[in-house]
Design a protein around this ligand. Structure first.
Ligand code: GDP
Ligand code: K
Ligand code: MG
Length: 289
């Protein structure tokens, strides 16, 4: 029984989200092309083990200190978190607990979440125990885990807890070839970026993109990607009247991908409603996933 899912990390600036991602993914982050990283892509880490695959993302740049967390942004954060299978709500052990819990509460998340207390190296054991008790008493999280991301302490336990709450599913990304995967990954990100560009924010935060075919032909690269949404209504919006919107999306994405790969690209896009897609094992096999 394989488990797979999307896990979104949320927390105030400096809670340690990036440090945690690095601790989990380790050297795999090094595969991220600097060219891409410096332009527009947020870091997503994928961990594939024999029993599970976890696709991690940081909450999209919204929690940057330079932004005020006004209502609209909170809405966007919330959508991103709701769309994940599991959220990690993370905070600094030295930071004000009530303030953090109030922030998490304000999300009114329906998706399950784990409270992650980071920087446990900064507290005395007594104080840490008391903090954990308070978090448990809050009663809303599936679990409460303490870590010191910078020391990679508690990461194993955290991973185990995450896997406990992941749904049964086939992997979303091929687990082999690192380079190929990173190319696929960036191609998917480029498509996703165009989705952000072309549609209201409701849509992008409910969207995942998976590259299902990546084939080098003589003079061009043939790429097939699936845009996975959560509802039929979103699918209709992405396709647009007589396919107008998805054609525009395809054209814009292809232009970027061609620049990135420095090759001519034939890009084919499909829109899928996710639940059906996830359950359809034969379909996934067909694509070699
Ligand atoms: P982000 O803004 O949530 O992505 O936070 P960062 O990952 O950038 O971390 C913010 C700061 O906290 C950095 O200076 C980290 O080195 C520090 N930090 C992260 N994890 C730990 C930890 O476990 N213990 C301590 N003492 N510091 C940490
Ligand atoms: K930071
Ligand atoms: Mg960060």
């Amino acid at each position: 029984m394989f488990k797979a899912g999307f896990v979104n990390i949320f927390g105030k600036p400096n809670a340690g989200k990036s440090t945690l991602l690095n601790a989990i993914i380790g050297e795999k982050l090094a595969i991220i092309s600097p060219k891409v990283q410096t332009t527009r892509h947020r870091i997503t880490g994928i961990v594939t083990e024999p029993e599970y695959q976890i696709v991690f993302s940081d909450t999209p740049g919204i929690i940057d200190p330079k932004y005020k967390m006004h209502e609209k942004m909170m809405g966007a954060v919330k959508s991103a978190l709701e769309d994940a299978d599991l959220a990690l709500l993370m905070f600094d052990a030295k930071d004000n607990l009530d303030e953090n819990l109030a922030l998490f509460e304000s999300l009114r998340l329906k998706a399950p979440f784990i409270l992650v207390i980071n920087k446990d190296d900064l507290l005395m054991k007594e104080d840490l125990d008391a903090l954990v008790e308070k978090c448990k008493a809050w009663g809303k999280a599936k679990a409460v885990v303490t870590i010191a991301a910078i020391q990679k302490k508690g990461i194993k336990e955290l991973m185990k807890t995450i896997v406990d709450f992941l749904p049964e599913s086939l992997p979303f990304y091929p687990e082999d070839t690192l380079t190929d995967r990173s190319t696929r990954f960036f191609v998917a990100e480029m498509i996703r970026e165009k989705i952000f560009h072309l549609f209201d924010e409701e849509i992008p935060y409910h969207t995942a993109v998976v590259v299902t075919q990546f084939q080098e032909k003589n003079t061009l690269t043939k790429i097939t990607a699936e845009i996975i949404v959560t509802r039929e209504t979103q699918k209709a919006i992405i396709i647009g009247e007589k396919g107008k919107s998805i054609r525009e999306l395809g054209t814009q994405a292809r232009t970027d991908i061609e620049k990135f790969l420095e090759r001519k690209v034939f890009l084919e896009l499909f829109v899928k409603v996710r639940n059906k897609w996830r359950d359809n094992e034969n379909h996934l096999r067909e694509y070699g996933l």
